[in-house]
Design a protein around this ligand. Structure first.
Ligand code: ZN
Length: 489
């Protein structure tokens, strides 16, 4: 591990690790590239988290934490090798992440798949963030669970998930119940596993009441997994080589993101300035708002012609979910021949630089003249940057030498760690899964407040219970329910 620690320090990574004291082996390693931190502190609004497997010879799951830029690009925030996917491990990882945000804005939206341990962890570490469940993972779970009825379920389920009114939701649900009359198990599964406990985390009626900036799935993390794995190349790497290759991933990504943000600052689209009305309409926004956001605003501009300034015609989806001027709002400005004001755009889309993002409460000053106020705001942010700079000239307090060893090499590195033949012995699925369920007491090391760039150790309980409550460890990814004796509907 000395090679790993030296590499991390030499390249200015922020890192934390924990080792098992009894066998002196590394168990959890959190590391974040300095360039990732620069982007993360500038763009902390959206966080997506998902673990990937088959990346190293120790069979440690690799949790990838990624963010999204206003130019709709994905960037790595941090990586965590975890020896267990339990709440204390996730809490420790998220505490490490949070400790990097001193003085900056915390995430507003967190998107995960239905990993209950991770859900419990983010709820305690980032209680103010809006949590969403990945629709893609949910569909995947249902498809695997309800194989014989999937073609009946899919079209109605899609409609149900995308319901924007309670009326549509209730009508579609009634239709689904009618269609699944011959599949009571499937219906029970949909209701008890997904709709009753979690519908507010993935059905549009509820999710679209909050800003999510258009993110409903963790697909961006999935595609980041693919990129990371391309760099890692093999599942047989040790941690030192893995970290070095991840370093390459982040360096490449950083250049691409800076370029995309820089492009949006200086370039524009011809259609935003096509005629006098458009030039007036977009005057305050071009070069101050990302082009990706301008494209969304432009679609609402086109819609505003028949929505008119009537809120009931609008739905205001773009305002609620994206924080951008919706069709009826734009119609008001068009009718008065006024430009859209910059303050009508959420700050996420206006962050076209990588200075640290100030908390939302710092931006409560009423804005009057858009351009001038934006400059004032930028000046304010720059001043904050000077006073908050933590990562530029930091002294990383961490040993350059360590006696902690690498984890034991595991022979089989293909796919998610098999849970067969271990502690999963139950044959029936408990459908009353409780998202608030805690991990069994005394089974894991206590969550520790992270210290920067340090190795901590603990002595784990050696005694493990043979019984394991399936309520507490959910299915994930394509392996949903695979580790149990399957019951198909
Ligand atoms: Zn509207």
């Amino acid at each position: 591990m000395q090679v790993v620690m030296e590499f991390l320090e030499h390249n200015d990574f922020v890192h934390e690790s924990r080792a098992n004291a009894s066998i002196n082996e590394l168990e959890d390693l959190f590391f974040a590239h300095p360039k990732s931190l620069e982007i993360w502190r500038a763009l902390p609004h959206v966080v997506l988290m998902d673990a990937t497997y088959n990346t190293n010879r120790y069979k440690l799951p690799l949790l990838e934490i990624v963010g999204v830029t206003p130019t709709n690009m994905t960037f790595c925030i941090a990586f965590v090798y975890m020896h267990k996917e339990k709440k204390p491990n996730y809490t420790w990882a998220l505490d490490c992440l949070k400790s990097l945000m001193d003085g900056c804005m915390l995430p507003r939206v967190i998107i995960i798949d239905r990993e209950l341990a991770l859900m419990n962890a983010y709820n305690s570490v980032f209680p103010n963030a809006k949590g969403l469940l990945c629709r893609w993972h949910i569909n995947n779970c249902i498809m695997k669970k309800c194989r014989s009825s999937w073609c009946i379920i899919y079209p109605l389920w899609k409609k149900l998930v995308e319901s924007t009114t309670e009326e549509t939701y209730n009508i579609t649900l009634a239709e689904l119940e009618q269609q699944l009359a011959g599949y009571p198990g499937a219906l029970l599964y949909l209701n008890t596993v997904w709709l009753r406990p979690y519908k507010e985390m993935f059905v549009s009626i509820w999710t679209d009441k909050f800003l999510n900036f258009g993110n409903h799935t963790t697909n961006k993390v999935e595609s980041q997994h693919a990129k990371t794995k391309r760099y890692l190349d093999t599942a047989q790497l040790d941690i030192a080589k893995s970290v070095k290759r991840i370093n390459e991933v982040v360096n490449t990504q950083y250049i691409a993101i800076r370029t995309s943000i820089g492009n949006d600052l200086i370039s524009t689209r011809h259609r935003f300035t096509l005629d006098k009305e458009l030039r007036t309409h977009f005057r305050n926004l071009c070069h101050s708002v990302s082009i990706y956001a301008l494209e969304i605003i432009f679609k609402e501009y086109e819609r505003s012609k028949y929505v008119r300034p009537i809120v009931d015609n609008c739905g205001c989806h773009v305002r609620a979910c994206y924080g951008l001027p919706c069709a009826h709002e734009q119609a008001i400005f068009l009718n008065n021949a006024r430009s859209l004001p910059l303050e009508s755009v959420d700050k996420f889309w206006k962050k076209l630089n990588l200075s640290p993002c100030t908390p939302l409460t710092d931006d409560c000053t009423p804005l009057t003249d858009d351009n001038i106020t934006y400059e004032v705001l930028q000046k304010k942010i720059d001043e904050k940057l000077k006073s908050q700079s933590r990562f530029g000239n930091q002294n990383i307090i961490s040993p350059s030498t360590t006696s902690v060893g690498e984890p034991s090499v595991q022979k089989n590195t293909r796919g998610r760690p098999s849970l067969k033949n271990t502690i999963f012995r139950k044959t029936k699925i408990d459908l009353n899964q409780n998202p608030q369920a805690e991990d069994p007491p005394n089974q894991d090391p206590p969550s520790q407040n992270p210290r920067r760039s340090s190795i901590s150790t603990y002595t784990p309980d050696c005694v493990r219970s043979n019984s394991f409550d399936l309520n507490q460890e959910p299915d994930r990814h394509s392996s949903c329910f695979n580790h149990r004796q399957p019951i198909y509907y």
